[in-house]
Write a protein that binds this ligand. Structure first.
Ligand code: AMP
Length: 144
């Protein structure tokens, strides 16, 4: 059996993402896999934009700029080359799947919050990507 070659970690910027990245780095170390990070910025809903005072400000640009800064902080903290960090805009699930294809990733790593009750009904990124990903998926249990 071959070790993973290209690991893709889907990152949000919650503090719990540390556990997810560290677990991915641990696995990458077994076979010297390349490790990449992806964060997806979901465009601001138009309804929300209508109600804000941000008349001349493009909210998506603000979200993107913030995401770039947060990604840079993560990359520096975990020693990931900035060339291996991706910020995409769109639906989280669809963009993660595109990135898997683009990198030919063989393992996707996401956090899983272990929600229950009503929160579970709303769904989670881990649930969304588990079915349909073209590679193995590791859901790392994180504390809420
Ligand atoms: P959640 O959907 O809040 O349960 O998030 C669970 C996991 O999905 C996180 O730990 C990340 O691995 C991933 N994730 C959530 N939001 C994003 C996002 N916007 N971009 C990339 N990955 C994400």
């Amino acid at each position: 059996m071959e070790a993973y070659q290209q690991i893709l970690v889907a990152v949000d910027f919650n503090s719990s993402i540390a556990t997810v990245i560290q677990r991915a780095q641990f696995i990458a170390g077994f076979g010297a896999a390349k490790l990449s990070l992806v964060h997806v910025v979901e465009p601001a809903p138009v309804d929300f934009l209508d109600q804000t005072m941000l008349v001349n400000m493009n909210l998506d640009e603000v979200l993107l700029k913030t995401a770039r800064q947060q990604m840079q902080t993560l990359a520096e903290k975990y020693g990931v080359d900035s060339a291996d960090c991706y910020i995409e805009v769109g639906s989280v699930k669809a963009e993660i799947f595109k990135q898997i294809e683009s990198l030919a990733a063989d393992l996707l790593v996401v956090g899983s919050h272990g929600r229950h009750g009503f929160a579970l009904l709303l769904g989670s990124t881990a649930n969304a990507v588990l079915h349909g990903a073209s590679c193995d998926v590791l859901a790392v249990r994180v504390n809420d």
